[in-house]
Design a protein around this ligand. Structure first.
Ligand code: CMP
Length: 241
């Protein structure tokens, strides 16, 4: 369920703070930022809502402000390959706007999510009028290519424990929070979703998590994964290489 709300500029100074944190708009003069704030539309999605599907025509860029969005390619038999999880201030849907091809992947929220959307015309006009934004988009695309290269390398060279250890450590590095029990990885994901991220079966992921739980390396409580012993999990990754 999506709720459309008035432009972001109606929220006053909050709008500028928000835009200043988005890589695409860094260094943009404040008059241009204010003008842009008029064009951003806030959208909200409940967890597990489809934002768009692979193959759809792409007319909109999204900037996530809160929550988490899974980017994946679905297969005909219902499985999916998870390419990335985008979070606060990440851009979503820029590829179709840049190359005018259909959406390259599907996007579904995995947490309640708030975002702002920008039309293709306004996005392209930001790029035309603000050269730093072109550089920022190149940086975003290069970072995504590097992360994708790493995933391909992992898929070929690591076994399931190695891939799972690495993925949990990476998620924790980006979003983790220290707690009394260890590092909460900061993303609520099902074991099926973890499996889809590393190209393994849910059964294999479950078996590995149970083993690490017994060894007090991780703790799993519903969709909450806590790394209890970071050094031991790093060792699991190192052993797999
Ligand atoms: P677009 O192709 O318009 O729609 C799907 C979006 O998913 C795409 O734009 C990017 O924003 C994002 N996306 C696609 N592939 C990847 C990837 N490998 N890593 C991170 N994000 C991606």
């Amino acid at each position: 369920m999506t709720t459309r709300r008035p432009p972001v500029s109606d929220r006053g100074g909050e709008a500028l703070d928000l835009l200043l944190n988005v890589v695409l708009f860094r260094g943009m003069p404040s008059n241009m930022l204010l003008e842009l704030a008029q064009k951003l539309r806030p959208v909200r999605y409940r967890a597990h809502t489809d934002i768009f599907h692979e193959g759809d025509e792409g007319a909109t860029l999204y900037i996530i402000l809160k929550g988490a969005v899974k980017i994946f390619i679905p297969s005909l038999d219902g499985r999916e390959v998870v390419l990335a999880v985008h979070r606060k201030y990440d851009l979503l849907g820029e590829m179709s706007l840049l190359d005018d091809h259909p959406r390259s992947a599907s996007a579904t929220t995995i947490e309640d999510t708030e975002a702002v959307s920008l039309s293709r015309h306004d996005f392209l006009s930001v790029l035309d009028r603000h050269p730093e934004a072109q550089r920022a988009i190149i940086d975003v695309l290069v970072a995504r290519l590097r992360a994708t290269n790493q995933s391909i390398q992992d898929a070929y060279l690591l076994d399931v424990p190695g891939r799972l250890a690495r993925r949990l450590l990476t998620i924790a590095e980006e979003h983790g929070e220290e707690t009394e029990d260890g590092v909460d990885i900061g993303l609520r994901v099902s074991q099926q979703e973890l499996a889809n991220m590393i190209g393994a079966s849910r059964v294999a992921v479950n078996k590995q998590l149970q083993q690490w739980r017994k060894q007090k390396i991780v703790d799993v409580n519903r969709q909450r994964v806590t790394i209890v012993n970071v050094t031991a999990l790093q060792r699991e990754y190192a052993l797999s290489q």
